[in-house]
Design a protein around this ligand. Sequence first.
Ligand code: NAP
Ligand code: MN
Length: 266
Amino acid sequence: MKFMLTSKGDETSDALCKKMRQYLEDFDLKWDPEEPDLVISVGGDGTLLSNFHRYKARLAETAFIGVHTGHLGFYADWTPQEVEKLVIDIAKTPFDVVEYPLLEVMVSYINGDSAARYLALNECTVKCVEGSLVMDVTIKNDHFETFRGDGLCISTPSGSTAYNKALGGAIVHPSLEAIQLAEMASINNRVFRTVGSPLILPKHHTCLLEPVNDVDFTVTIDHLTLLHKDVQSIQCKVAKEKVRFARYRSFPFWSRVRESFIGDAE
Ligand code: NAP
Ligand code: MN
């Protein structure tokens, strides 16, 4: 098996990376940053997000796993203390794979430029460069509402514990193939109306955002921020691709939620 390791870049993560690489090579596993079967992230969820984007062209051939050197992560859920056991498992046991849904974002332009396609592991957010965002929101080809406010966030189930949660969105189990649309400070008065609640859309339902006034937007895809000019529409749906995580032990999603947000009190 071919593997690749990346570090968040701090001293602790760098040292752990070096140690793991040595152990894995001692077991005759091959270091291959070009075509790895397993990509190990050492740091936090942000480190795994970066790796996801680095290897997004070969998601079907790549499995991800994460070790956290800070707080418990949702993607980076192995502790530095478990690394020796993890390395032996990687060397000796074929891994099971757990697949999580991804978000597909298509940005189309009024000037006829070809559409840009993105995959997000956590979410896409749309904000105006200046002032309020005004967007017509169409769900499954029916006009749903005209949104006015700070912005919109469309998240995956595994991204539902990130930005989406801060917006009052629901936590969605990653076995559900769905995306969630959450509002950022919508303006609601006698003139402007939005639904006010986060919406969860199933696979095959598209959420189309069309500008009402401005056509320049700040679009984020996970940790990346991109300025899009002359936007005609932004279409979001569950992607056909999935992300694969290598699973060597069970650590159920709801346990990760409890340990991350509630703690181990009692
Ligand atoms: P960051 O600023 O370090 O990320 C913010 C926090 O989100 C970090 O604690 C990060 O964990 C955590 N996080 C990332 N993915 C998560 C997930 N799926 N579930 C729960 N927590 C998660 O930047 P980053 O590490 O590059 O992560 C980018 C993400 O930050 C974006 O995708 C977005 O979800 C999130 N974000 C959140 C807010 C907010 O909550 N108001 C605002 C902007 C962005 P680690 O420390 O382990 O990296
Ligand atoms: Mn981070």
